[in-house]
Design a protein around this ligand. Structure first.
Ligand SMILES: [Zn+2]
Length: 154
């Protein structure tokens, strides 16, 4: 795996982005795919799985790119599935997360205690829940910003 391969892959993604209609590029998650490829390239120096995923992604994108302007639903789904696998590997092994990852987690974590708090302290569930949500959002945004600073966000 070398820098030229990554450049080539990014070039293919750019090319597809320009050539294909917006709904298709969205479905193919091309932007996310590009970010994922960059991470695979970085971590691939030390991780065999990343190297393998990179090669698979490379093959798949070349194939998609050669298909012209019409891309079958089946191929779109196959590609999405692979991107999902890559993201899940990056998340589990390398602690890379999607944008807004902590926000969504903290928001749902905040709701539970907020509800209990609302019941016991405020005697008002809605107030407690919005209180919990606010704290969740504050913590989530801070954690997301921190992860972004460390280059761990896709
Ligand atoms: Zn890896």
């Amino acid at each position: 795996m070398n820098k030229e391969q990554l450049d080539e892959l990014m070039h293919v993604i750019d090319n597809m982005n320009e050539r294909l209609d917006n709904p298709i590029t969205k479905k193919l998650q091309l932007e996310k795919t590009g970010h994922a490829a960059e991470k695979l390239f970085i971590y691939g120096k030390e991780c065999e799985d990343c190297r393998q995923q990179f090669t698979l992604l490379e093959d798949q994108l070349m194939q998609l790119n050669n298909q012209g302007n019409i891309i079958e639903e089946l191929d779109i789904n196959k590609h999405r599935k692979q991107v999902k696998e890559i993201l899940s590997h990056l998340e589990k092994k390398h602690k890379v997360i999607s944008e807004g990852y902590y926000l969504s987690i903290c928001m749902s974590i905040g709701l539970g205690p907020g509800m209990i708090f609302g019941l016991t302290v405020f005697d008002n569930i809605a107030l407690g829940m919005s209180f919990g949500l606010c704290i969740g959002v504050a913590v989530g945004v801070a954690l997301d910003a921190n992860a972004k600073k460390k280059g761990l966000v896709i």
